[in-house]
Design a protein around this ligand. Structure first.
Ligand code: UDP
Ligand code: MG
Length: 181
């Protein structure tokens, strides 16, 4: 049997300054996970047409971390497209998606993986307990969106974002949808 692998996928736009710190924090968690649970891992970063030194930094980091794979989009397509490209490239049995700007704490990864490994969970959705300081209008728009979405679909996405763990079968189902928008 091949070893269980966790992929971490992150879209990256003009994060050259923080990228080494982000990858180091991630690597520390993943290395720890390997020694405690024997899990294999890879990191997939997608440069979404950055105009800073992001790609050069990625190339330097790939020399340092053998399990780091980097993709580069031909221009800036937006984070959802970058995330899609990363999901398509990920090879893990579970895929963790997260932002690369350090706003999603890598320290939560062991707990996410532990929940998945119970075998009863296909998606782990990390939710914000509090929203950042923002304008009243922005708060109202967000609240209205979540209410309407919940009324129409019965899914409560309040506080949820791009920090998630998806089982391989969820990634495959998502890939089969073929929607672009
Ligand atoms: N990002 C991207 N393409 C973009 C804008 C952002 O790949 O055009 C990346 C960015 O580097 C970060 C993540 O997507 O890792 C979330 O972006 P941002 O921090 O701007 O979003 P927010 O924190 O407001 O959700
Ligand atoms: Mg952010």
């Amino acid at each position: 049997m091949t070893q269980t692998t966790i992929s971490v996928v992150a879209p990256v736009y003009c994060e050259g300054d923080h990228l080494p710190q982000f990858v180091a924090a991630l690597a520390a968690e993943l290395t720890q996970l390997k020694s405690s649970c024997g899990l294999n891992y890879e990191i997939v970063l997608v440069d979404d047409g950055s105009s800073d030194n992001t790609w050069a930094v990625m190339r330097t980091l790939t020399a340092q971390y053998s399990y780091l794979r980097c993709l580069r989009l031909s221009r800036n397509f937006g984070k959802d497209a970058a995330l899609s490209a990363g999901l398509a490239a990920a090879r893990g049995d579970a895929v963790i998606t997260m932002d690369s700007d350090m706003q999603h704490p890598a320290s939560l990864i062991p707990e996410m993986v532990a929940l998945w490994r119970t075998g009863n969970v296909d998606v782990v959705d990390v939710c914000k307990q509090k929203r950042q300081v923002e304008s009243l209008l922005s708060k109202l728009c967000a609240m209205t969106f979540y209410r309407i979405f919940r009324a129409l679909t019965s899914y409560d996405l309040q506080g949820s974002g791009d920090f998630k763990l998806l089982d391989r079968k969820v990634v495959e189902a998502w890939k089969s949808l073929g929607e672009r928008k």
